[in-house]
Design a protein. Structure first.
Length: 275
């Protein structure tokens, strides 16, 4: 028994002198004097925004003493409605096209047409041999009552009757003045025709032209001769042009009677004033 114990002790001493030959490199049981360093703990990088605890081996993470932990918000039990979102600024609002309501044309009063003077281009009045001499100057034979109405409606202000000295013009004057028109009587005959009578007729026509004048006689014998003198001395036309214009207003050189007598009186006036 003692012999066996002694052999065991000797074998242990021998092993202690030689050391362990195992390839693991750790010889704690073999009596290595430089033990292997303990394993190192590598902590994961901390996440941003939250303080990270110090990870200890085998336990829970521990926070540093100055770390602040944000507590999760407690849900509100208030029934107050949430605040409205801030209003959009002009930069956030998309451009919009604004259309105006269509305009409604209001009815406008129709302007009254301007007063027009009678014209040969318009509808002829009920007056025998009616003609336009110049602006606002008209001629013809003795007008009937509806002819006087037409002259009044067309704003002819003056009516001149050329008559013989022994002819009464009261009836014509009454009808003309009844229509608020000015009546003028011009008396002439082959015996009374002079240069002064011709000048008087010219002035009468020029004055009446300002507001409209109508000149008439019974058959054209007196008026035709006076219009010839008007064109010769009032419009300064020659003989041919004056005859041509006067023929349209009653002058008839190929007729006997008063037409011929008035034409001879006209030639006498011209010859006396040509010297």
């Amino acid at each position: 028994m003692r012999h066996a114990i002694w052999l065991t002790m000797c074998a242990g001493l021998l092993l202690a002198q030689l050391g362990c030959r195992h390839p693991c490199g750790r010889r704690p049981l073999c009596g290595d004097r430089n033990p292997a360093p303990p394993p190192k703990f590598i902590a994961a990088p901390p996440m941003l925004g939250q303080p990270q605890g110090i990870q200890q081996s085998g336990g829970f993470p521990v926070l540093p003493p100055d770390a602040k932990v944000e507590q999760p918000g407690v849900p509100s039990i208030s029934k107050t409605p949430e605040a409205a979102p801030p209003p959009e600024t002009k930069r956030d609002v998309k451009p919009r096209v604004q259309l105006y309501a269509p305009e409604v044309d209001e009815p406008r009063p129709t302007p009254e047409p301007p007063a027009q003077k009678p014209s040969v281009q318009a509808s002829l009045p009920p007056i025998p041999q009616f003609a336009s001499v110049r602006d606002n100057v008209y001629a013809g034979l003795r007008p009937p009552l509806d002819g006087l109405d037409w002259l009044h409606d067309n704003r002819v202000a003056t009516v001149v009757q050329i008559r013989l000295p022994d002819v009464d013009g009261a009836a014509d004057k009454k009808q003309i003045e009844k229509r608020n028109t000015r009546y003028v009587s011009f008396e002439v005959s082959p015996q009374t025709l002079t240069k002064e009578k011709a000048d008087e007729f010219i002035k009468l026509v020029r004055a009446g032209a300002k507001q409209g004048v109508f000149v008439y006689d019974q058959d054209g014998s007196l008026a035709g001769a006076m219009w010839y003198l008007y064109f010769r001395h009032g419009e300064y036309l020659d003989d041919d042009a004056s005859q041509l214009r006067a023929r349209q207003l009653g002058l008839q050189l190929n007729r006997d009677g008063q037409h011929r007598d008035m034409w001879l009186a006209v030639q006498k006036v011209l010859s006396e004033n040509s010297k």
